[in-house]
Design a protein around this ligand. Sequence first.
Ligand code: PLP
Length: 417
Amino acid sequence: MADITSQSRSYQKSIDLFVRAAQVIPEGIYGHKNPAFLLPGACPYYAARAEGGHYWDVDGNEYVDFLCSYGPIILGHNHPEVEEAAARQAADGLCFNHPGAAMVQLAERLVALIPGMDWAVMAKNGSDVTTWAVRVAREHTGRALVVMVRGAYHGAHAWCSAYPGGVLPEERAGVLQIGWNRLDELERLVQEHRGEVAGVILTPYHHPTCSAQLMPADSFWPGVRALCDREGMVLILDDIRAGFRLGMQGSLPLIGVQPDLICHAKAMANGHPIAVALGSEALRAAAEAVFLSGTFWFTPVAMVAALTTLRILEQTDAVAHMARLGTRLGEGMQEGARAHGLRVTVSGPPALPYMTFDDDPDLYHMQVFCREMIARGVFLHPHHNWFICAAHTDADVDYALETAETAFELTRRELGG
Ligand SMILES: Cc1ncc(COP(=O)(O)O)c(C=O)c1O
């Protein structure tokens, strides 16, 4: 790791590219990868390459990558077996008139892997399948309304986007919101709109940006399931963020109940673009009635990458390894902060941890801390949960915790403690 520590960092090439981009691309970089969501001037904007648990930006700076491309990288960047399988498929062709055999194999694999699921459909992005799942719930029930949690992210489409630009009020009118773990609010909404609620869409635990992650209360998921059964509503699990990081059945063991529809994407093909919706037999007719298509959704390369990623996850100790390293990272961060008189909370499952400073309402402490970590080659997002991958090592965690010693001290000084 000596090479990382000794680098003197500049982001000039990133900045130059961004200036050029601003001329020809609205916002330069749009969406959540916009520097405004990160630390403008104190982090890279453009990546050049990646290997295992590390990546390099366009200025040649190296980082331990604890963001893993916002989740898709689960085995490590550029995993040789996944890339070999994908390249073999790509050599036979990229985009055909018909689906390939891999689509059938992947659907069979997922249906066998995930209890209670009888069919699967494939798309490219998480937003494609969450939006489609909501429509399937409406089609199945003949009802208009859907309930989601305030602050949850289900994608960039109009019905759930956190941003109002270009969205018609009627596109949002079909969506009601409750607080996380607020079974009482759900009960009240369902009473108020009796016979009108098609379904409830939930992430397995709450992972909002800019605040600590919240696990489900013991009674939450069973309560939601019971209410859905009583009122004939469809229960949709959006497992796109946590996905297979928590195990081969996704987050089902964590929630402890059986959803009717499940959405996966992000990590299932180790960076290749694919999203999946799975459903129970009872929803098959509705699934057949809601038109689903995309020019690139049937391309086999990502499907082969998904089959290979799932096989490696199953055959190795990847899930346990990510949980162990995440636990070390989280516990080490808490100890490091305490040693510098700072108080932090590490929240969420160990493989997807997030840290917040106590008494840091505008996340300024977090921004200073992450700035100092990034400046020393440990890429941590100040506002979004972090991700551990199977290629991270104990040495990566050691380096992050050593670096955190310095970053906590600099944060304490800058905040005048
Ligand atoms: C829980 C969850 N659902 C849906 C999405 C949307 O996925 P995508 O960005 O691939 O459209 C995301 C993306 O971050 C997510 O975390």
